[in-house]
Design a protein around this ligand. Structure first.
Ligand code: NAD
Length: 257
């Protein structure tokens, strides 16, 4: 339990697949802080697992949401409005690219693979924020998950680096658009964590080892460290921060060698 109290606050966490998901680490800590949550999952096969995880949270809603499906997105917000009335935070922890586009030559990425990666991993933030804004009547905080491949070339990351660059720009653009409504948007740039999504990146193990060697703290980060930063961003303690990309990477980003 951390000394941030979110009692009475409500919000949605998108992107729980299993107990290793960054979204789950964030949901757990937000729940421990007293927040009431809606969790979304993609596809029927994840429903049971996510529902079981949600059992440990007080009064959580569990809803399907495929980020490619506008009707499902609208339904999530309809149900959340009906049940919670208003919300004060939203966590976007969703990314996807076809496996063949996460290895080999970037120049070989096809139009469809490029479109899918950008649509699911970056564009999806726009409709989620558009729907969330009317429910954030007392202001709000939106947190998205990014990776340093938005700025630097990581072998194997390929089109996901392009998607993360687009996502980070979308965070800034939306932060400017919704600032007047006191809705803040920030991204957390996490160091490599062993999750389902990470398994699809070729050379991920080596990347993790190199991060631990080079990072200022000489280690990898944990999901809990990302979650603690998300908790801060979802709370009033971060009220002056918007449009930022905050590295939670044990200081890897600022090392030259
Ligand atoms: P994860 O596989 O647990 O989470 C990815 C989620 O995206 C899953 O829940 C999956 O169901 C969801 N998703 C994929 N396609 C979707 C769609 N069409 N509609 C709705 N949801 C969809 O892996 P994770 O590592 O926890 O990834 C969460 C976020 O963190 C991603 O944005 C990822 O790029 C980012 N990130 C991960 C790392 C890492 O090393 N694991 C580092 C930095 C950033």
């Amino acid at each position: 339990m951390y000394a941030i109290d979110l009692s009475g606050k409500k919000g949605i966490v998108f992107g729980v697949a299993n107990d290793r998901s960054i979204a789950w680490a964030i949901a757990s800590i937000l729940g421990q802080a007293g927040a009431r949550l809606a969790l979304t999952y993609q596809g029927d096969r994840l429903e049971e697992r996510v529902s079981r995880l949600a059992d440990s949270l007080d009064g959580a809603l569990v809803l399907p949401c495929d980020a490619a499906d506008d009707d499902q997105i609208a339904e999530v917000f309809r149900r959340v409005k009906e049940t919670f009335g208003e919300i004060s935070f939203l966590v976007h922890s969703i990314a996807f690219a076809n496996r063949e586009d996460l290895e080999g030559r970037f120049s070989e990425t096809g139009r469809e693979g490029f479109r899918i990666a950008l649509e699911i991993s970056a564009y999806s933030l726009l409709p989620l924020v558009k729907h969330a804004a009317p429910l954030m009547t007392g202001g709000g905080s939106v947190v998205a998950m990014t990776f340093q491949a938005s700025q630097r070339v990581y072998p194997g990351y390929n089109v996901m680096g392009t998607a993360k660059a687009a996502l980070e720009h979308a965070v800034r653009q939306l932060a400017a658009e919704f600032g007047e409504q006191d809705i803040r948007l920030n991204a957390i740039s996490a160091g490599p964590l062993e999750t389902l999504a990470a398994r699809g990146i070729s050379g991920f193990r080596d990347m993790r080892r190199m991060h631990a060697e080079k990072a200022a703290l000489k280690r990898n980060i944990t999901g809990d460290e990302v979650a603690k930063t998300a908790l801060f961003l979802c709370s009033d303690l971060s009220s002056g921060i918007t449009g930022s990309v905050i590295p939670v990477d044990a200081g890897y980003h600022m090392m030259a060698v």
